[in-house]
Design a protein around this ligand. Sequence first.
Ligand code: FES
Length: 146
Amino acid sequence: MPSNMNKPPSRRGFLDWIVALGTMITTVAVSIPGLMYLWPAAKGGGDENVEVEGASKMATGQGKTIQVGSQAVVVVRHRSGFKAFSAVCTHLGCLVKWDQSAKAFLCPCHAAIFDENGKVVSGPPPAPLPEFVVKEIGDKIFVSAT
Ligand code: FES
């Protein structure tokens, strides 16, 4: 048996161990949010197919906001089928809402209006809302960025 096994742990050794443990916990606590921020981008965030829950129950003209990767997307059921557009206004990034009665996307920040195809009707946005890919597989609807 080694001779140092019979000695009680020193105060200095105990404090070194506590400091090392604290450093390790702090490093993990600081790293996790950073890794979670980078993780969707690292795997190509937003490229995966996301099922639109309850799509079959949506009425014509109804819209729904979903999350595709890290992006907010508005899915609208038209007579011809489903369409999906980014919910992020191309002006300064506010979230647009689908107005079923106006058949338009409205931005609350600077009163921009986008038509049902995401094109700018009025207001300051410099570009239309980016469109997402919609796939119908059986009776399910999936949305992806590409
Ligand atoms: S952020 Fe949408 S109009 Fe300005």
